[in-house]
Design a protein around this ligand. Structure first.
Ligand code: WTA
Length: 633
């Protein structure tokens, strides 16, 4: 297949080309796609404003590159295998031709409901093929999709709708997840009480749950597609037209809408997919992410479908109805590439080897990890028991903002090293800098991870607030993109990601800003002030620890703690619920009023042997109280 690296020397050769002649390198990769009109210039950029244009003035539609480009060769090939939550429900195989027709049909339906190029459409749906169709149909008509993870609360959903002024919401009546049946439509109804921009809500019938349909606003999916043509002329998009917005947490309170555009994202999602996973035409590929996250966008939908791959979509959860479900699915479909998160690995590892016994897993060729640093114990368990010691394990480092995998082994081509993301993909120029922004050259160095040259799928802006994009990513170290992660280059030259250096936690592979959780806690009427930190957690990677000052009058600690947890669940969603809440009478603050989080992090980690310099504290006496309250011996 085009653009695929097949040897270690090939990797080094391509990497050098990509660094020395980036425009030539990327134009050669891009030539294998179908462009309605070619570009005038491959790249123009500055990281000061920032302003980044890839494939300037080219015209294309990403779905033509998924469908029309491939139909002659693999129209009958399975595009999506869908495995339902319930093992007794029938799985579905959708061919490229059928997916194309259903996408076109839904595209026509969207247009009939008033959706035009540039409109924002929220997708708040379970992991069902219609969610993929929804994304592809938006891309086909030129609407900008913003998928919101269906576990987010109504108020988190409302914030996102308001931020991008969405015109439409695509949802379902309910969502089967494990033993639960989540009333998704009811969450949308509640969110829409706090928004004004949404004109239509399209509801897919998945669970037959009883729902309220508001007349004039709410329509059934199956009714609006009735009679719609299965042919559709794709909208002509500029390479830099918006493809999607995806909200993610940062160190300030409000999630930001990361903007990805069409041409560069298309080129990089396919290129990185093919090379990292070394996908071959008859392989079955499975990524266990949810489409609500960037991993689902780039490596369930766009990367695989642009490559003509068969991508498996799983509706359920790893442990339902039994903890061997993932392994059962791998054997059932003879999955060749399996891509999951360390948190899932650790959770399944905790069930021991018994759930693995009935399964051979012999089809696996490549296993992958994403979302958080993978600790060595989990790495070895995954490598030895799932990969049976003979599958390359690709530890892929990247971010919502990077759009695609940046640092990773290429399966079977570049070497594997436990807990190391290893080497950058061609075209990616990561550097490690000290706190002043000086590049740390050579091996055995540790610092903050930046990228010094643009790559095609990078963030273009944060929706509606370009200054925020500049301040967050391009101002800390002028002239560079700052990732927010710490990294080390070891004595062999391999990169190891050390985790966030800002106030962002990584809880079960989900990004969560400490300020975002604090804002939610502070909504509780009895809360006066709060401070949230992450702490090491065996399964989740990081757990959420909240220190809270409350007005205790007439209240017990136990009931307040439960109410505070519940408040966060309601305001953000279950993924943000604190694991620990400690009621305190004060927070350690410097004379300038800043909370000394370093101390709070140490207490939460139960590591208080060396608290460092506390001489600048205004109220050192609270430290003893906090340590005592945390039950540290
Ligand atoms: C972390 C997920 C170590 C990192 C694709 C990053 C990782 C954040 C890895 C982005 C990895 C992701 N090793 N850390 N292989 N992959 N991270 O936006 O801290 O949800 O900044 O994107 O996850 O999370 P996001």
């Amino acid at each position: 297949m085009n653009n695929k690296i097949r040897s270690l020397s090939g990797y080094f050769h391509e990497y050098q080309k990509s660094i020395h002649q980036p425009e030539k390198f990327w134009s050669r990769i891009a030539e294998s796609f179908y462009w309605q009109k070619p570009w005038d210039k491959v790249l123009s950029w500055n990281f000061k404003d920032p302003e980044i244009h890839w494939f300037k003035n080219a015209k294309l539609n990403i779905t033509e590159n998924i469908f029309e480009r491939h139909l002659f060769t693999h129209g009958d090939k399975t595009a999506i295998i869908w495995e339902p939550n319930d093992i007794n429900e029938k799985a579905i195989h959708i061919s490229y031709k059928e997916l194309f027709e259903r996408t076109c049909q839904f595209s026509n339906a969207l247009e009939a409901q008033g959706i035009e190029k540039g409109d924002r459409v929220i997708i708040y749906m379970p992991m069902i093929p219609e969610a993929a169709i929804a994304m592809l149909a938006c891309a086909r008509v030129g609407a900008v999709h913003s998928v919101v993870f269906a576990g987010f609360s109504s108020s988190a959903l409302a914030d996102r709708i308001n931020d991008c002024k969405a015109k439409m919401v695509l949802t379902s009546d309910g969502n089967y997840r494990g033993a639960k049946n989540i009333p998704v439509k009811a969450v949308v109804d509640e969110a829409l009480e706090k928004t004004t921009s949404v004109e239509k809500v399209i509801v897919y019938k998945r669970t037959d749950a009883k729902v309220q349909m508001k007349s004039g606003r709410d329509l059934w999916w199956h009714e609006i597609i009735e009679g719609q043509n299965i042919k559709h002329n794709a909208a002509s998009m500029d390479s830099e037209d918006l493809l999607f917005i995806l909200y993610t947490s940062g160190s300030t309170g409000k999630p930001k809408g990361v903007v990805h555009t069409t041409g560069g994202y298309m080129v990089y999602s396919q290129y990185s997919f093919l090379n990292v996973f070394q996908y071959e035409q008859n392989d079955i590929y499975w990524c266990t992410a949810d489409i609500g996250w960037i991993t689902g966008h780039s490596y369930i939908i766009y990367g695989p479908l642009l490559s003509g791959a068969t991508t498996l979509m799983f509706e359920g959860v790893p442990t339902y109805p039994h903890p061997g479900r993932f392994w059962e699915i791998i054997d059932k479909y003879k999955v060749n590439q399996f891509y999951t998160a360390p948190t899932a690995i650790r959770a399944l590892q905790a069930h021991g080897l018994e759930p693995l016994e009935p399964h051979s897993l012999e089809s696996l060729k490549v296993i992958g990890s994403v979302g958080e640093p993978i600790n060595e114990e989990a790495w070895h368990w995954y490598h030895d028991h799932i990969g049976k010691g003979n599958c390359p394990l690709v530890d892929t480092w990247w971010q919502t903002e990077t759009g695609g995998i940046m640092i990773s082994a290429l399966a079977g081509i570049t070497p594997n090293k436990p807990a190391h993301a290893s080497l950058p993909l061609p075209g990616i120029q990561p550097i490690i800098v000290d706190s002043e922004g000086n590049e740390l050259i050579g091996n055995n160095v540790e610092g903050n991870l930046c990228v010094k040259y643009p790559w095609p799928s990078m963030i273009r802006t944060t929706y509606g607030d370009h200054k925020r994009c500049k301040d967050t990513y391009f101002s800390t170290y002028p002239g560079m993109y700052f990732t927010g992660d710490g990294a080390k280059r070891d004595h062999d030259g391999y990169l190891r990601i050390l985790g966030r250096v800002d106030d962002v936690m990584n809880v079960s592979g989900h990004r969560m800003g400490t300020a975002e959780v604090e804002n939610a806690i502070n909504e509780h009427p009895k809360v006066i002030e709060s401070a949230v930190v992450g702490y090491p957690h065996d399964i989740k990677g990081q757990g959420i620890y909240a220190y809270v000052i409350c007005d205790m009058e007439g209240r017990s600690e136990e009931s307040l703690i439960e109410e505070i947890k519940d408040t966060v669940r309601k305001i953000i969603g279950p993924i943000a619920k604190p694991d620990q809440v400690q009621i305190v009478s004060g927070l350690p603050k410097t004379r300038s009023g800043k909370i000394m989080r370093r101390i709070l992090r140490k207490v939460a980690s139960k590591d208080v042997s060396n608290l460092g310099d506390t001489s600048t504290l205004l109220n050192p006496e609270v430290i003893d109280e906090i340590i005592k309250g945390a039950n540290i011996k």
